[in-house]
Design a binder for this molecule. Structure first.
Ligand SMILES: [Mg+2]
Length: 681
């Protein structure tokens, strides 16, 4: 059996099953649609590359033979016809399809403009070649061939920077643990995770991933659910609690009864949500198409008007028809195909230089219209790892001593809260004493003997169960908890010596970024799977007043859909698996590069440097790029539009046409290059 590269299903390798060779590798697919999703982008890029090559291979000799070289004994125009015709109808076939579509939809686009303009040039030249005398002697074969070449080159550039959407799904599926330790007839057996049934009991050792969704029946442990739920701190699990497949067990041994398997698990549901959101993404309306929608009917009208004008006032069909064709030829801008891609190539390059990876130009084109930025909390605005934020002494010890003693007791623990205390102590004190008789009590804390005295570090219940009085420090605990922090009490020899406040902390520049986005006119919202108390506390630190907490992955995507229904253009910034559906749903998904592979694959923009300020930079870059695209379109259309009145007289000068084509291309390229001066901050 082979694994399907798109859906991860196991597929039969028999000759009758669906298979295809891509880059020398033989792949098997579960269904035809599955194969199409995998192959379509690959095939499209390759086709574009070949068609671009064909256009230039024939178009450049056409240009040289038209302007610079005269063939001694061959009929020059016939040779040009032979060179230009395959470009027109083989490489240019897609534009005719676009024209046909536009006619049916009664909405002109860029394709229709190209099809009309190049056909007019080819037709005019062909009449000159085979029926000389009807039109003024000139051929425009090179114009049609090169326009097609440039447009295809632009399309190729755009496709080449695009990534396959199915990669996100593949990364998600890879998170699933491969095996589970199921209890069969009283014995632990390791079986492939696909064989686990609802109701099966399985064991999860410390440091292992939980095989599938289930309910704890035995054992206590802290489970790191950050990636799936957005909870910043590990969640204590006791019998009766639910656990999620693919989350990480930290300290204790758990016995779990499987409650959901296969397509029903939380992870499988996220995969489904991402797939649905990606499939539902509407293609954006390109600016070049929008301009063409008005330009094409206008040009056709002017062409028709000049034909009618010559017929009515001059009574000359030949002159009128020449004018008609000439207007169509001159109206088709050579640089149109480059106007958008040239700016986007420079813009994405500038992004990469600043650590902002932009997958595909449509993300840049969309980001300038953003109205709302939604930020995930854990791992995006905060570091996603607990740190000691408060040290409160309640006895005779100094802060430094308190930390040293607590760290000594916690040194043997693998719990993330314990790691936070040890890390903090290392920065404040030179030596951490050695502990004896260390004992971890999963769900409560630790007990150890330090310097001959019994030390307890943990929750309220750990101390009260051992008969330590804590009433007098309740106000301190309440204050820490109200601020969304976890309070860790420290008792030495039966006396409370102090409290350590542990919390997830803000990343550098998180506050500044929120403020900057707001000054850029964007609405800022924080959405998190974390509990309300922590979320509100972090929101207050950041100055974000719209905070949505305890939001499940599916609800994150729903929040975005609702905003989009209100007509808002939404960017989602996130790092976790739980953010993937929202990243796929949003207009521009921005993933934190240090986040999960799944987020990075789902996002259209990736911030490689893990610097939250780059969210604002990405939006600014998008705005600058869009400005360039608009200027480029002006230059692309400008020269040609200015020559339309000349063409309408019927005296089209091929030199003027050539100059317009060359000038507009040069203007577009040089104007795009000025985007290199973009400053990140
Ligand atoms: Mg997160």
């Amino acid at each position: 059996l082979a694994k399907d590269p798109v859906c991860g299903m196991f597929v039969d390798e028999s000759p009758s099953s669906l298979a295809a060779t891509v880059r020398g590798h033989l792949y098997y697919f579960c269904s035809e649609t599955c194969m199409m999703t995998f192959l379509a982008p690959e095939v499209e890029v390759r086709k574009l590359a070949w068609m671009t090559a064909l256009s230039f291979a024939l178009g450049v000799p056409t240009l040289i033979l038209t302007w610079f070289v005269t063939l001694p004994s061959l009929p020059q125009n016939l040779v040009l016809f032979i060179l230009a015709t395959p470009v027109q109808f083989v490489a240019g076939r897609r534009f005719y399809r676009g024209l046909w579509h536009a006619v049916r939809e009664r909405a002109a686009n860029m394709d229709s403009l190209i099809a009309i303009g190049t056909t007019a040039a080819w037709f005019y030249s062909t009449v000159v070649t085979f029926a000389p005398g009807f039109f003024p002697e000139a051929v425009y074969y090179e114009v049609s061939a090169l326009i097609i070449g440039f447009i295809l080159l632009g399309r190729f550039l755009e496709h080449a920077v695009k990534r396959r959407a199915s990669d996100a799904i593949r990364k998600l599926l890879a998170l699933q643990p491969r095996t589970a330790r199921v209890i069969r007839n009283g014995e632990e057996v390791e079986v492939p995770v696909e064989e686990v049934q609802v109701g099966d009991l399985f064991v999860v050792r410390p440091g292992e991933k939980i095989a599938t969704d289930g309910v704890v029946v035995e054992g206590r442990s802290a489970v790191d659910e950050k990636m799936i739920s957005g909870e910043s701190l590990p969640v204590e699990k006791v019998p009766g609690d639910e656990v999620i497949g693919a989350t990480m067990n930290t300290t204790g041994l758990l016995k779990v009864r499987a409650s959901k398997v296969g397509a029903d698990t939380t992870l499988a549901q996220i995969v489904k949500l991402v797939e649905e959101a990606q499939a539902a993404q509407a293609p954006i309306e390109r600016l070049a198409d929008k301009v063409s929608a008005y330009f094409v009917p206008a040009v056709v009208l002017v062409a028709a008007a000049s034909l009618v004008g010559w017929l009515v006032f001059g009574g000359q069909f030949q002159q009128g028809f020449t004018a008609f064709i000439a207007v169509l030829i001159i109206a088709c801008p050579c640089a149109l195909g480059l106007a958008t891609p040239a700016a986007i190539v420079v813009g994405t390059g500038k992004g990469a230089e600043n650590g902002i990876l932009i997958k595909g130009g449509e993300n840049l084109e969309k980001a300038h219209r953003l109205t709302t930025v939604i930020l995930d909390k854990t791992g995006t605005l905060t570091r996603g790892a607990p740190a000691v934020t408060d040290v409160v002494t309640a006895g005779s010890m100094s802060e430094e001593m308190l930390l040293a003693v607590a760290a000594a007791a916690e040194e043997g623990s693998e719990h993330p809260l314990a790691r936070a205390i040890v890390d903090k102590a290392r920065t404040t004190t030179a030596t951490i004493p050695k502990a004896e008789e260390f004992e971890a009590l999963p769900g409560f804390g630790v007990r150890a003997v330090v310097g001959g005295k019994q030390v307890l570090v943990g929750k309220r219940s750990l101390l009260t169960d051992s008969g330590v009085a804590i009433d007098h420090i309740e106000p301190v605990l309440a204050k820490l908890e109200d601020a969304g922090k976890t309070a860790m009490l420290v008792a030495v020899a039966g006396q409370v010596e102090g409290v350590l406040g542990v919390a997830d902390t803000l990343k550098p520049y998180a506050r500044e970024t929120v403020e900057e986005l707001r000054t850029m006119g964007l609405e800022v919202i924080m959405v998190t799977g974390d509990n309300r108390r922590t979320a509100t506390a972090i929101g207050a630190q950041l100055g974000i007043d719209r905070v949505l907490s305890e939001v499940l992955p599916a609800q994150k995507a729903d929040v975005i859909r609702r905003l989009q229904d209100e007509g808002k253009v939404v960017a989602m910034v996130g790092d976790g698996i739980n953010d993937a559906p929202a990243l796929a749903q949003s207009d521009v998904g921005i993933a934190i590069g240090s986040g999960t592979d799944v987020a990075v694959e789902t996002g259209g923009v990736v911030l490689i440097k893990d610097d939250i300020r780059d969210v604002a930079t990405a939006v600014k870059l998008s705005r600058s790029t869009m400005r360039k695209i608009k200027q480029n379109l002006f230059w692309a259309f400008g020269y040609n539009a200015a020559l339309i009145p000349v063409a309408a007289t019927g005296y089209l000068n091929p030199i003027l046409a050539g100059v317009a084509m060359a000038l507009s291309s040069v203007s577009v390229v040089t104007n795009s290059l000025t985007l290199k001066r973009f400053k990140a901050r």
